[in-house]
Each structure stands twice: as C-alpha cells, then as structure tokens.
Design a protein around this ligand. Structure first.
Ligand code: ACM
Length: 384
C-alpha cells in the first residue's frame, strides 16, 4: 500500500471528559474497522489513515476540531460525536464545507442533515420498544431523570408522550442533573423517588455520572424487581464503572449488546480483543462506530472518490453484516435500519436479552408512526 496515496479520515471521539468511557469505546470501534479494512488491502490498495483529535467532551472543541480536520488536514469524512450537543456543534461545520459526518450514537431524532449519516437508533427503534416493555411489565407511572442538555430533554419528552398513551399513566417528575453530577448530587432526587414510588425510572443520564445514579439507587435500598431504572444510554461501558452487581436487574433498550449470540458478533469480539486486549468495553455505540467504518469503506471502493457527491449514492441504501444483524442505510432519511432489543443487566454487568426484533426496523426519526407495541411495523425484508 506504500506507493498509493492514503485515505485520511477524521476521528472525533472524546478520550477525556464526562463521556470518555463511551467515547473511547467508539474510538476503538472506528480503529478496529480501519485495521480490518487495511489488513484486507485498504481501499483498492490505499491505506485508511485516522487523523484523530480528542474533543474532551466539549461541544465547542468538537466544532473547532471539525473545522481543523477539514481545513488544515484536508479530510472529507469525519467519524465522531456522542452527545447530541457535540453533533449539533459539528453539523454547521460539515454543512458549510459540504463534508460528511458519520454519527454512531442513539439520539433524540427529529433531525435530518444531508451531510450526516446516522447509524445509532432513532426513537422508534429504542424508546418505543422500551415504553411498551416497561409499561406492560411494571406500570405506567414514570419518573424521568436526565443529564442537563438537549438529548435528555427531547428523549424524556418522547418517553413521556409514549407512556402517557397507557391507561393509568402519570409523569411523576422530570429532573435534570449536571453532566458531572456525583452521588451526593442525586440525594434530593432519591428522596423524591422514595416519596413518589414510580413504577419505573427512565434515565437519560449519560457518561460518567451514570454510575453515581445507579450507586445512589442501590444504596437507597430500592428494588429493581419492583421499580427498575430503564435507559437507552446505560450500556456495558457505563456499567463497567460500577461495582459488581450495582446495575443488576435494570433495563436498557439498544440494537446491540455484547451478549448477542451470533457468529458475526463472536468473531468481531475476538478480533477486538486481539487488537485492543481485554480492557475494551464493547457496547451499542462501539458497534455503530465499527460497522459505519465498513459502510464508508465499501462505498469508497465503489465511488473511488471521497467527495460527498460521488460517495453518498454508494452509502445510501448500502447494507452490512454488522454484529447486531444485517443493517442498511435508509436512502431517504440517512438513518439506519436496526434491530431493537431489550436487555436486563445481570450480575456480571452483561445484558440478558429479554426481547428482540426478528427483523430490522426502519428508522422513523420524526416518529411519524409511533404506536406502542410497534416491534414489527415498517419491517425491512431481511431476516436477522
Ligand atoms: C446523545 O446525546 N445522543 C446520547
């Protein structure tokens, strides 16, 4: 590959700051994809090279570094962002320069940019299923708690609306915590939960403060069998920061869990351990970050041009055998067909999958259709 120009791609995942654990896992997903692509000969003999910066979990740094990647480093495609506030900071930059952002994170939906490919779940692929599962099994009196930024506000709004479709439903409270909240900061919320006794708690807390919430819950003596926490952002990565058993019995809705029993997933996890050792914590955002790199590489092989005009037609509608199942980029809304699943945390910090879609569900980021029990609506034609 030495005699051909490399393909330089921008990588913006936070290696420090309040979302660094999940950010580092996303970085490893992207780097694993790059290594696999290069080991297989690169892009028709051109090596993929990561130009990587650490935005430190700060949206303003994301914007500055995206500009630097495009203007100084000359990249055409950026892979990155976890918090929606960081995606919102990068979008004006990629739109201004007409470049492409691959975003590998679940988010609140209600957005479309022609310069973004969204490979995490939209609300019809995680919130709808979680609302259905939690209200059917625990009841519809919900307590909403989140970190203080756009994703939790919007995701809580959606969950509130979904739950309020149920008989006997009630939104008991909606509370927001600083992104760097510690266990003692949760004391007032824990007292309020003790007082209001919801059927379940919906947490849109993100990053390192997630461990503090689950610890505070456990220390309060609450029982997940009768009042569990349900979340979209508590993954294996956040659980790895808690003592053993602290998150056991709580629920997360995601298209990917490390515990998926498929050959594709097992093979991918083996390769991850070979490349990065046992310290990495695969999770839904790691998986999206991994498979989107392959989607990009496959498209680039066909277009032979990194410019968005030539590349996009080969990305839109493309498919890939990801660890979660065969995913597909929807050509109309730039989001991804994914497999909704619900997992319950076990004592090992892994998820026991208690429900899963047998076919992928089309992304509906504006929630045009969102009735509860919508596991099979708008099916992709491909089996898992
Ligand atoms: C998120 O902020 N999209 C998790």
């Amino acid at each position: 590959m030495a005699d051909k120009d490399p393909v330089r791609v921008g990588i913006l995942f936070s290696e420090t700051g309040v979302t660094s654990t999940i950010g580092l896992s996303q970085l490893q997903g992207a780097l694993l994809g790059i290594e696999e692509i290069n080991e297989a000969g690169g892009i028709d003999g051109r090596e993929l090279v990561a130009v990587r910066y650490d935005p430190q979990s700060q949206p303003a740094r994301y914007a500055d570094l995206a500009e630097r990647l495009i203007v100084q480093d000359g990249v055409n495609v950026i892979f990155g962002c976890y918090m929606s506030s960081s995606r919102k900071a990068v979008i004006p930059v990629v739109e201004k320069w007409n470049k492409l952002l691959f975003y590998p994170t679940l988010y609140e939906g209600f957005e479309y940019s022609g310069n973004v490919i969204y490979t995490g779940a939209a609300p019809n692929q995680n919130s709808v299923q979680l609302a259905e599962f939690m209200t059917a099994n625990f009841g519809a009196r919900v307590y909403l708690i989140g970190s203080d930024y756009i994703y939790p506000y919007e995701s809580n709004r959606i969950m509130g609306e979904l739950v309020l479709q149920r008989p006997g439903s009630e939104k008991l409270a909606e509370r927001y915590m600083a992104l760097d909240a510690t266990e003692k900061d949760y004391a007032a919320v824990i007292a309020d939960i003790r007082n209001k006794r919801p059927d379940f708690i919906f947490s849109t807390v993100v990053g390192e403060s997630t461990a503090a919430l689950y610890r505070a819950y456990a220390e309060a003596g609450f029982d997940p069998k009768t009042m569990p926490i349900a979340s979209l952002t508590t993954s294996e990565a956040e659980i790895s920061q808690m003592a053993r058993g602290v998150a056991a019995g709580h629920y997360t809705s995601a298209p990917y869990f490390q515990s998926i029993q498929s050959d594709a997933n097992r093979r991918c996890l083996t390769r991850l351990r070979q490349h990065f050792g046992d310290g990495s914590v695969p999770n839904l955002c790691w998986e999206s970050s991994y498979f989107q790199m392959h989607i990009f590489a496959n498209a680039l092989r066909q277009s032979d041009d990194e410019g968005i005009a030539r590349l996009l037609p080969h990305i839109l509608g493309s498919e890939f055998d990801a660890p979660q199942g065969r995913v597909k980029i929807d050509p109309t809304n730039h989001h991804t067909c994914l497999y909704p699943r619900i997992g319950r945390v076990n004592v090992d910090g892994q998820f026991t999958i208690v429900r899963q879609a047998t076919r992928s569900v089309y992304p509906d980021p504006y929630l045009v259709t969102h009735s509860l029990g919508d596991w099979t609506a708008k099916l992709d034609t491909l089996p898992v």
